[in-house]
Structures are given as C-alpha cells and as structure tokens.
Design a protein around this ligand. Structure first.
Ligand code: HEC
Length: 118
C-alpha cells in the first residue's frame, strides 16, 4: 500500500465526500431558516388589506410597541375607539401623531382592531 499512486486520490475523494456531506447539512439548516422566514412573511401578507386593522397597525408598532402596549408612544390598549379615530385623523399637535395619518375608514378599522386587544 505504501507508495501506491492511488492513495492520494482516495484521500481527496474521502475529503470531497466529507465536504459535500457537511455542506448538505448546512443547506438543510438554511432551508429551515428560509421556511421559517417565509411563514412569518406570509402572515403579514395575507392580512394586507386597507380595512384590516391587524395589518394597518403594523405601521404603529415602531412607536407604540409590538403589542401596542407602549414604546416611545403610549399604550393604546383600552382607549376609546372614537378617540383613536380622532387622533389618527386629526393628529395631536406638536407630537409625532400627525393629522391624516390614516383615512377615516382605515382609522375605524384600526380602532376596532385595537378595541379587541386585551
Ligand atoms: C413616529 C412614532 C409614532 C407612530 C408611527 C405612531 N404613533 Fe401614535 N403616538 C406617538 C406618540 C409619541 C404619542 C404621544 C403623543 C402625546 O404626547 O400626546 C402618540 C399618541 C397616540 C395616541 C393617543 C394616545 C392617548 O393616550 O391619547 C393614539 C390613539 C395613537 N398614538 C395611535 C397610533 C396609531 C393607531 C398608530 C398607527 C397608525 C400610531 N399611533 C403611530 C408616536 C407614534
């Protein structure tokens, strides 16, 4: 076996197979990640309608927190629907809540949605 000229090729072959195996494992991992991302993406896509409060509040979570219980902006749970509509249409002067942030229809959908939150 010593000096057998085929030995280096066998080593390279073994190394190659190992590498392919390793890469396919990594690929399987990535696939899971991509699948998870895809699922997450779909839940927001399927609710993307102008009259869907759950989709519309996506533009609020940056300031009011992921569950709208407050972040840089105040907690929105437990507010009167009419008040939420008023704020979204008329704004609060001197704050990031600008007038006409949403149309009245969108504001109503958002207010309805927020009123369903615990
Ligand atoms: C750029 C950040 C920002 C975004 C985006 C934002 N808000 Fe606000 N919001 C605030 C801040 C800050 C206040 C507090 C204003 C104040 O000082 O009265 C506020 C106040 C409010 C109030 C009044 C709360 C109260 O207790 O009277 C409501 C209702 C409200 N926001 C709803 C929303 C909704 C619904 C959205 C999404 C359509 C939204 N906001 C998006 C920053 C934001």
């Amino acid at each position: 076996m010593k000096n057998n000229p085929v030995v280096p090729y066998i080593l390279i072959l073994a190394f190659g197979i190992g590498l392919i195996f390793f890469m396919s494992l990594q690929g399987a991992d990535n696939k899971k990640e991509i699948a998870a991302e895809h699922e997450g993406g779909e839940t927001t896509e399927t609710t993307d309608a102008t009259d869907d409060g759950a989709a519309l509040v996506q533009s609020c979570i940056g300031c009011h927190g992921g569950d709208l219980t407050g972040g840089m902006g105040p907690n929105l749970h437990g507010l009167e629907e009419a008040h939420i509509v008023d704020v979204l249409v008329n704004g609060i002067e001197g704050t990031p809540m600008q007038p006409n942030m949403k149309t009245e229809d969108e504001a109503k959908a958002i207010a309805e949605y927020i009123s369903t939150l615990e």
